[in-house]
Design a protein around this ligand. Structure first.
Ligand code: MG
Length: 446
């Protein structure tokens, strides 16, 4: 049963929230800094796309001219992280601005038989933007709950099109008796089975339709691509074209998709009115051609290769063009940043920070983020890290400390030289752990 969301039907959302949830200081700062234009927002979240898979981030064997142009016309973040190198927890943090443990989704990915997921009482990006008049659309992979009360249209989205789950064999097997993995429109099956090679094209067409249909009013579109998660595949137009085999073809199709979206915005005169963000939910899968260069590790780890994401931010005339920004940010920060556009008070216990001044390149703006806690897995396969600025501690016995300022590849353990730093980061992690739920996963697997 879905629990009520106090701000959803309230005439005065300020009255409906606890005083401590109002983030009053943030709102006052917002007023003092001057209101910003309320843009449309498109958040493109790829699946298992690594830092080293884009031309603008260093890839030599995959051509991404549209994303390279997006970076040249906007800002590319070099120190942007997810909280967890796994689909469900990463998306939980992105969608709520909270550590996944705070919403009970820290451990494992949800399989189709899962009855847990993102609780209806949690505020999503869509629910933070809706009170400000945004039309909200969700296209693509959700992976935050599949039962009534947890699906996109139960969580603040006005429309949904896509596959709620992964397309790998662990999930498709659950739908074999029904004719294959369903593609939903709203909560109704529109097509089955979902075909991996078709997904980027289908999602792109839906995104273009959504933009066209809502051109006259503020909109928020969350586009969760299925690719390049296993089983990755590309449409015929892109197959055999890249220098990195089928994986590269898939990324080149994602590049083309993003180009079509930006071209649509330009054609409709919406470019200067639309903030577009392109990123990924976690680093590359093991034993695939995905690249996390120059970082070590990938998905299923707490190394930077799993956590550090490509992130392009585009809003012509507002977000500086041609800028490479090394301020420390995380997916947790989207919700507070978007809330500022909407003038919406923050939900309680948000772990993100408003990064708007940094993204807009305002003079002297610095990221308020100094720390990030990361967790992957559970049981024997539990890995944790705690970052504070340039320092990153891999918790465990013994703990290992890395200086990202000089060692992005996390190759040289300097714990012995910095015992005070180890203690400080352990204490930070312990404090955050103490705040987070660490529920036993239900219907979840590593
Ligand atoms: Mg993923």
């Amino acid at each position: 049963m879905k629990r009520s969301k106090p701000w959803k039907n309230a005439g005065n959302i300020f009255q409906s929230l606890e005083p401590r949830t109002l983030a009053l200081a943030g709102l006052l700062a917002w007023s003092a800094a001057g209101a910003v234009e309320k843009p449309n927002i498109i958040l493109i979240n790829c699946d298992d796309l690594g830092y080293g898979d884009l031309g603008c981030c260093g890839a030599q064997d995959i051509r991404t001219p549209q994303l390279d142009r997006m970076a040249a016309e906007g800002t590319r973040l070099t120190d942007f992280s997810v909280t967890s190198a796994l689909c469900t927890p990463s998306r939980a943090a992105l969608m709520t601005g909270k550590y996944p443990g705070r919403v009970g989704l820290a451990a494992g990915v949800l399989r189709p038989d899962a009855t847990n997921g993102l609780a209806g009482c949690e505020a999503t990006l869509a629910e933070v933007l809706k009170p400000a008049g945004y039309v909200t659309g969700c296209i693509g992979k959700w992976h935050l709950g599949f039962v009534q009360g947890m699906r996109p249209m139960d969580q603040g989205f006005d429309s949904y099109y896509g596959v709620l789950h992964n397309l790998d064999k662990f999930e498709t097997i659950c739908f074999e008796q029904e004719g294959g993995m369903p593609v939903l429109r709203g909560n109704v099956v529109e097509k089955r089975p979902a075909v991996p090679a078709e997904m980027t094209g289908l999602y792109t067409a839906e995104a273009l339709k959504f933009i066209e249909a809502n051109r006259g009013r503020p909109f928020f579109l969350y586009l969760g691509h299925a690719m390049p998660h296993l089983p990755f595949d590309a449409s015929a137009k892109f197959k055999g074209k890249s220098g990195r085999g089928l994986f590269g073809d898939v990324v080149e199709e994602l590049d083309d998709s993003t180009g079509q979206i930006l071209d649509k915005l330009r054609a409709l005169g919406l470019a200067e009115k639309t903030l577009v963000i392109f990123t990924s939910d976690n680093g590359p899968e093991r034993n695939t051609p995905g690249s996390a260069k120059p970082f070590h590790g990938g998905k299923h780890t707490v190394f930077e290769g799993g956590l550090r994401m490509p992130c392009l931010v585009w809003w012509p005339g507002h977000v500086p063009a041609g800028r490479v920004c090394d301020e420390f940010m995380a997916t947790l920060d989207f919700l507070p940043t978007f809330a500022r556009f909407a003038g919406t008070p923050l939900p309680a216990q948000v772990d993100g920070f408003d990064q708007l001044d940094v993204l807009l390149g305002r003079p002297g703006a610095k990221s308020p983020r100094t720390t990030l806690y990361s967790l992957y897995g559970f049981g024997q396969h539990r890995f944790e890290s705690m970052r504070e600025g340039r320092w990153k501690l891999h918790l465990g016995a013994p703990p290992k400390l890395f200086d990202l300022g000089s060692d992005l590849g996390e190759a040289t353990d300097v714990a012995a030289q910095h015992p005070d730093g180890v203690q400080r980061l352990q204490a930070l992690a312990e404090h955050i752990r103490g705040e987070l739920k660490d529920r036993a996963p239900t219907g979840a697997t590593r």
